[in-house]
Design a protein around this ligand. Structure first.
Ligand code: HEM
Length: 122
């Protein structure tokens, strides 16, 4: 059970589950400068695609909510290229999970945007 593990053990178990190696982390860190350069355009396209489902617009009732979501996601995106997957990463992924679990009742809305991430990275 996750509740029986220390955060350090959980980090190692998650990395093993996702088959994430130190070599993988080095490879993605090699794309850090590209990520810094591309992030704002990536986010413009991400939110354009997300709002192509009109029912998603209700999640962003005002500019402040959109700004918080965008800032959070900016940090998330850039963290993918830090070359580190540690206890801070674990905490931020857990916060991400809690926020979206509360917001999104239909899991495919989130899966669709992760599919978007994968397609953009290929
Ligand atoms: C690849 C998919 C996504 C990623 C990586 C992502 C990332 C994030 C992150 C890191 C935050 C900040 C969380 C925090 O405050 O701790 C956030 C907030 C938010 N996300 Fe997402 N998100 C994704 C998809 C979605 C989708 C599909 C929706 C709605 C249709 C959504 C709606 C929101 C909203 C409304 C907030 C702001 C919550 C608030 O502070 O009131 N996100 N997102």
């Amino acid at each position: 059970m996750a509740g029986d593990s220390t955060p350090g053990e959980l980090v190692e178990r998650y990395k093993a589950y996702f088959r994430l190696t130190s070599q993988d982390l080095e490879v993605v860190a090699g794309f850090r400068e590209t990520a810094d350069r591309e992030i704002d355009e990536f986010l413009d396209r991400f939110y354009e695609h997300l709002s192509s489902l009109p029912e998603n617009r209700r999640f962003y009732p005002d500019v402040d909510t959109l700004a918080r979501a965008r800032a959070g996601q900016r940090e998330y995106f850039l963290s993918l290229f830090r070359g580190v997957w540690d206890e801070d990463t674990l905490r931020s992924r857990q916060d991400f999970g809690r926020v979206h679990d509360r917001l999104l009742t239909e899991p495919w809305v989130l899966s669709g945007m992760f599919a978007y991430y994968i397609a953009e990275f290929m």
